[in-house]
Design a protein. Structure first.
Length: 698
């Protein structure tokens, strides 16, 4: 769309609201007038209906008084009742009939008293006599033709109630023309028509002819009679002048809109030429754009933007060329649209050869089928960036000469003008993987050395314990026996010598106790004979005896694992508990220690040693002099377990060990298999990393 067409549409769009507003105001004026006319018609109808109801209620009240007169009960009193009925006639201008329920008429004020009279009239619609006698209240009937007056009449009847029943009826008839006179008494606008109808829809009175086009109609039922007052309003009389005025307003607005459109077209031509000059770099300034501040400002802003864009492009080229990582950008079709110099060096091709090349050509063939689906799925996630490789599976790419190499990759996704662009940053991690494999091999060797060291230490402890038990303890026992024999043989001789022998016995006894303790520390016999729980309970008992601190063991259904690995785990847990109790005795200043053992459903064994002492500061754990903590960590790590030490100053210390036996419960002397080489993977595909090698037990 051209700017001129856009501005033309914009002007029309700007003019449409006032045009629509004018049209709406015109129609709203007509509607408001209709509502106003309807309200006026409703008020007029209520006024007329109220006047007719008032007149009928007055007549019914007079008839009720005549019907209640005792003069109606005896024929001798009827002349006086006749005179009262004539008074009603003089007051209300309508004759009165005195009739029986069987239809016989006793007198009619339009005829002399005693003259023979016809039966009372029976209208086709609702009869005032029947309604009054049935309800016991005065009633108004429908229009009928009077047999005496010979003109359309309406009747008002009041029953003569005697002992709760109607005994006779007083009937007043009045000509329908009286209601026409009543309608004529009201001021009615021109074009309005009023009609009074009975219950059958017959016209009792009417004023004005029915309008050809009716704009409003009010039908209001009367309260005193079963009649309806209908008022009809002519549309031409109400809406015509206003519609003409509204049409004039609409035409004026349309004329103004056309004038604005012509002016807008002239201005749009001038502005279009100015904008066209802005869109063309280096184009001469339009002469008719002079004086338009916005155009001059836009020109200056565009020049600044072009300069900044050229600068950013130069900076981006410099960044791409100096980046040490390979950077590739591919479009929706997975063809490379940009590559930097590092990518060219990594894949063994120049930048021109990489540009336009399918991205999957840099992926090993066996993984290309998954590449497009993976990229499409990444584009649908809505994420703008994602890292691949790193701590996860190793990725592989393919050089142009067909060699594969491991990489780390980070991919980003942007949408520009509906086109998806994927930028991949690649890093060759061949050297790092080699270093990691060497480090892993060194760790495995270190674990084997630690395991061998621990085995040597345990064997040496066992040997020393045997030597102490078999040699030193026996020698001390013999010395004790010899001292006892000597002391017994010197009974009564040389008290000083006997006292020296007694001291020698005490020293020998203490040496034997110390030797036994050292033997038990070096080689926990209880651990070998009765298991870890019994050994820990013995250890806790000795700890309590030596330190005076409360020490409890909570085994929690713990059972040792069978086989060499289980023995290694039990020994490791025992040594950790032993070292932890030594630390409690030396540093914790505690009152109570709890040793807990538990085993999970998956075979994971857990040992915790918790005290309520002064705690351990985080800075104390990393001190180089914490050889006890370091030794515990080495022992646990050697059997593939984890060691955690938690503590806050004043809240005690918790030592926690978790050990999960490897599948098959391999012997601690087993040599771990070398780690397999990582599998080849595409640069954008992911596969599981090789499992770590098993570790020996302590």
């Amino acid at each position: 769309m051209t700017l001129r067409a856009f501005l033309t549409r914009l002007i029309w769009l700007c003019m449409l609201p006032p045009i629509a507003l004018a049209v709406w105001l015109g129609f709203d004026l007509v509607r408001a007038t209709q509502l106003s006319g309807a309200s006026a018609a409703d008020r007029l109808a209520h006024n007329i209906a109220s006047a007719i109801d008032h007149e009928l209620e007055g007549r019914m009240g007079g008839l009720r008084m005549l019907a209640a007169s005792p003069l109606a009960d005896a024929a001798a009193d009827w002349p006086m009742l006749y005179r009262e009925a004539q008074g009603y006639r003089e007051s209300f201008g309508s004759d009165v009939l005195f009739g029986q329920l069987d239809g016989r008429m006793r007198f009619h004020t339009a005829r002399p008293l005693g003259e023979a009279l016809p039966p009372m009239p029976r209208p086709e619609g609702r009869s005032a006599v029947a309604e009054a006698t049935a309800s016991g209240r005065p009633a108004v009937g429908d229009l009928f033709l009077g047999p005496i007056a010979g003109e359309p009449l309406v009747a008002v009847a009041a029953p003569g109630q005697r002992e709760g029943n109607a005994a006779f009826v007083m009937l007043s008839v009045l000509p329908a023309r009286r209601f026409t006179e009543r309608l004529e008494a009201f001021t009615v606008p021109q074009g309005w028509a009023i009609e009074l109808r009975d219950s059958r829809g017959q016209t009792i009175a009417r004023r004005g002819a029915a309008p050809a086009v009716r704009a409003n109609r009010v039908a209001l039922p009367l309260a005193a009679a079963p009649w309806t007052l209908v008022l009809e309003v002519s549309q031409a009389e109400i809406v015509g002048p206003i519609a003409r005025a509204a049409l004039a307003v609409i035409l004026a607005v349309i004329g103004a809109a056309l004038a604005g459109q012509l002016g807008g077209r002239w201005a749009s031509r001038r502005l279009a030429r100015s904008v066209h000059a802005l869109a063309e770099p280096g184009a001469p300034r339009a002469t008719d754009a002079a004086g338009i501040v916005e155009v001059d400002a836009a020109r200056a802003a565009l020049e600044e933007s072009r300069t900044a864009l050229r600068l950013r492009e130069a900076q981006l080229r410099g960044i791409l060329s100096s980046a040490s990582e390979a950077i590739l950008t591919a479009e929706d079709g997975q063809r490379i649209v940009m590559a930097n110099d590092a990518a060219a060096r990594m894949f063994g091709a120049d930048v021109a050869a990489l540009t336009g090349r399918p991205l999957e050509s840099l992926i090993p063939p066996r993984h290309r089928s998954r590449h497009s689906a993976a990229i499409a799925a990444f584009g649908e996630t809505g994420r703008s960036a994602r890292s691949m490789g790193g701590d996860g599976p190793v990725l592989h790419a393919l050089r142009t000469d067909g060699t594969e190499f491991p990489v780390e990759a980070a991919i980003s996704h942007v949408v520009v003008d509906g086109q998806h662009l994927y930028t991949v940053i690649l890093r060759d991690i061949s050297e790092r993987l080699r270093a990691e494999r060497a480090l892993q091999h060194s760790k495995a060797q270190l674990q084997r050395l630690l395991a061998a060291r621990d085995r040597v230490q345990e064997e040496e402890r066992k040997r020393i314990a045997r030597e102490l038990h078999d040699d030193l303890q026996q020698t001390l026992a013999a010395m004790l026996m010899e001292a006892e024999l000597a002391r017994t043989g010197l009974e009564g001789e040389a008290p000083a010598v006997r006292e020296a022998l007694a001291r020698l016995q005490r020293l020998a006894t203490g040496a034997i106790v110390s030797a036994r303790r050292i033997v038990n520390d070096l080689r926990p016999q209880m651990l070998e004979e009765l298991g870890l729980v019994a050994a820990l309970e013995q250890l806790a008992g000795r700890f309590s005896e030596q330190t005076g601190l409360a020490c409890e063991v909570e085994p929690d259904h713990f059972s040792s694992e069978e086989g060499p690995h289980g023995a290694a785990v039990d020994l490791c847990l025992f040594r950790v508990a032993q070292e932890a109790l030594n630390n409690v005795a030396k540093h914790a200043q505690a009152q109570r220690v709890v040793i807990r053992l538990s085993i999970a459903a998956d075979g994971r064994r857990t040992l915790t040693v918790a005290d309520d002492g002064r705690g351990i500061a985080p800075a104390d754990r990393g001190r180089g002099a914490s050889f006890g903590l370091l030794g515990m960590a080495e022992r646990v790590h050697a059997i593939g377990g984890t060691l955690q030490i938690e503590g806050r100053p004043g809240e005690g210390t918790l030592v926690r060990v978790e050990v999960t036996p490897p599948a098959g419960s391999a012997s601690p002397e087993a040599t771990p298999a070398p780690a397999p080489a990582p599998a080849s993977l595409p640069a954008l595909a992911v596969a599981p990393a090789p499992a770590p090698p098993p570790v020996p037990a302590c």
